[in-house]
Design a protein around this ligand. Structure first.
Ligand code: SF4
Length: 637
């Protein structure tokens, strides 16, 4: 008997309407763990190279991990994995909420969807049966409307629904998938893949808790967390009080708050966007994910200048920044309205904010005119324009149709050098952090297989000279002992990036919440290992778990090599080599030669050749030798 996981992976072919089950053993789960590592396994094994991400051949994988659904803080998350229509690379997006745990309660570790339904459908998976159901009446509905109808049809107020809005139906390349309307699988366009399959939603309801080998230990550690996190973990306490919006003021004071399309890192009126301001004015509730007392999710309600519906939750730090300061907006209600609309239509708030900011800079520099925008005065700081553009993008209306393609393709379309305003890596728009201020972050944006991604590694901030010892003590088991200057990207920083990347990759593989684990938050590495052992009954170690993270990184790289990505794609946009314009970090910029040298050194450290291709030795060491032939083919050998 297995503990923590069921060993069952559901296979749904929407073209043939066939539903089957894959049965997997302990070797499989100890090697691939879950999340995007498990997803990458299926993509590498079953997807032909160069498949159009929006074709029926692409796979769409919903997956928790061997530990998802255990009753402890941070074990709620799940991932969606597919080839991304935004980047053409491997795509992964994670969300908290309740979908991952509910899928486990329904008896499945993952769902692999392929094909395309003839007409819109939704999938109902409930402990007592499953069905592919007609969704013609749901097509064109907002996420809120569709969820309400599905719950009514199934006669179940508590069924957990992962679904797309009009943006996914319209194949916006950064459309997202929402669960319970508030938790977004935001990045890399998983909503567009779902839309391309005519799949409006997956509704899940389980009826059985996850089997645990040692329930007592899991509950003891969960209680330990709940009782102590506010006193013992400053970051977790702040998340509870102010949500991720707690970071706005600190980021701004340090000159790191992306503002006006990353021209600067400082917004004079940032106080207006702060977590404190939200708490004092429009916050109506705090919510959390399954079994988590941190409750870092915000619920907001407002009437003026825009009415904001609380059923769509409230904005995270990333949203506040990308729809706020990065668009020159200093009004929190405008940001909340943008957030509501993104969740209603199913759009990634980060890429949406970035696309609008890009268009604003193009407008201000004469690359597009009022004629192109159908009369919208698309200038930084125009609140009405931000709100209007969200709808235009979701509906692919007018200029929204071009921006729906993402900033890389939009810049190609505008031409005349508009590329200099397109802030992306590998086609994915930047999240709300400044590589010019953080060396480790610069490496992670440049090297991320997903395109610019802020969750590839913990950021430099907590590990600089003078930072609280709470953080540095936690990373000693990794062999990381020295604080390093924020902006350095020398050999020591590359080493630390590599180690931290494996930790983040491990958390992604086990679909664990970054906000509850080391290196920065409450649970230590020892507790992580203890929890995995108590859940699964394995006798694992930090070493074996970190290998899971490393394996995922290698598999992602292998997938991208197969798709034609090269070392040229491991790079940052030109703006990162230009000085920050204002604020405390005025004048700071990255050095191209230094970055180039560090990337080369990283390839050597991680076991890739000079072209960034994993070597056979490294593949064998990670028990991935089965990929070697395909990589050789991709290299023309
Ligand atoms: S810390 Fe926040 S995001 Fe993470 S599991 Fe808890 S409530 Fe969810």
């Amino acid at each position: 008997m297995s503990f923590g996981y069921s060993g069952k992976i559901l296979r749904v072919d929407l073209s043939s309407k066939k539903i089957t089950t894959d049965y997997r053993d302990e070797y499989f789960y100890r090697t691939y763990g879950g999340g995007s590592c498990l997803g990458a396994y299926y993509l590498l094994k079953e997807l032909e190279p160069a498949v159009d991400p929006l074709s029926p051949e692409n796979l769409l994988i919903f997956t928790g991990s061997v530990v998802t659904g255990a009753p402890a803080p941070g074990f709620s998350r799940s991932a969606i994995v597919s080839k991304s229509p935004l980047t053409g690379a491997i795509g992964e997006s994670q969300a908290g909420g309740f979908f991952g745990s509910e899928l486990k309660f329904a008896g499945y570790d993952a769902i692999v969807v392929k094909g395309k339904a003839e007409k819109p459908v939704y999938l109902s998976i409930r402990g007592w049966g499953m069905e592919i159901k007609d969704a013609a009446h749901l097509w064109g509905k907002t996420t809120g409307e569709a969820q309400a109808i599905i719950r009514e049809e199934l006669g179940d107020e508590h069924v957990v629904v992962a679904l797309i809005g009009q943006a996914g139906e319209n194949l916006v390349r950064y459309a997202c998938v929402l669960n319970n309307l508030k938790s977004a699988y935001g990045r890399v366009g998983m909503g567009a893949v779902m839309g391309s399959k005519n799949l409006k939603a997956i509704a899940v309801r389980g009826h059985k808790e996850v089997e645990l080998k040692d329930r007592e230990t899991v509950l003891r550690l969960a209680k330990h967390f709940s009782t102590n996190f506010k006193e013992e973990s400053p970051d977790n306490a702040g998340l509870n009080d102010l949500g991720t919006a707690q970071y706005v003021i600190g980021q701004n004071e340090d000159g790191q708050l992306p503002t006006r399309n990353f021209q600067t890192g400082y917004l004079e009126e940032a106080e207006n966007l702060s977590g404190q301001k939200m708490k004092e004015t429009i916050l109506v509730d705090r919510e959390g994910c399954y079994a988590c007392p941190v409750k870092c999710k915000r619920v907001v309600k407002a009437e003026e200048p825009f009415a904001v519906d609380p059923i769509y939750g409230g904005p995270e730090y990333e949203t506040i920044t990308m729809l706020g300061s990065n668009c020159g907006i200093d009004d929190l209600v405008t940001v909340c309205k943008g957030n509501e609309l993104c969740n209603k239509y199913g759009l990634d708030t980060i890429s949406t904010g970035s696309a609008i900011a890009f268009a604003m800079e193009c407008y201000e520099n004469g690359f597009i005119t009022k004629e192109d925008t159908e009369g919208v005065e698309l200038r930084f700081g125009n609140a009405e324009a931000v709100v209007e553009m969200v709808g235009k993008i979701a509906r692919r209306e007018g200029i929204g149709d071009i921006l729906a393609e993402g900033v890389k393709r939009a810049a190609e379309r505008f031409g005349r050098g508009a590329e200099k305003f397109a802030i992306h890596v590998k086609g994915q728009e930047f999240p709300a952090h400044m590589p010019r201020a953080k060396g480790q972050l610069a490496l992670s944006y440049a090297l991320s297989p997903l395109g610019a991604d802020h969750l590839v590694t913990e950021h430099d901030t907590a590990f600089v000279p003078g930072a609280p010892s709470f953080f540095s003590d936690r990373v000693k088991p990794l062999g990381v002992h020295e604080p390093l200057e924020m902006r350095s990207i020398d050999h020591k920083k590359v080493r630390r990036f590599l180690y931290f990347q494996n930790v983040s990759s491990l958390l992604d593989t086990l679909t664990l919440c970054f906000f509850t684990f080391a290196p920065v938050r409450y649970f230590t590495f020892d507790e992580l290992v203890e929890l995995v052992n108590a859940i699964t009954g394995w006798q694992t170690s930090l070493w074996e778990l970190l290998k899971l993270g490393e394996r995922r990184v290698a598999m992602f790289r292998a997938f991208n090599v197969r798709e034609g990505f090269t070392r040229e794609d491991d790079w940052l946009p030109e703006r990162m080599f230009e000085p920050i314009q204002t604020g405390p970090r005025k004048g700071q910029k990255l050095d191209k030669e230094e970055l180039k040298k560090s990337i080369k050194l990283y390839y050597e450290m991680v076991g890739w050749d000079v072209d960034g291709v994993p070597t056979n030795g490294k593949l064998a060491e990670l028990d991935l030798f089965w990929i070697a032939d395909e990589l050789a083919k991709a290299k023309g050998e």
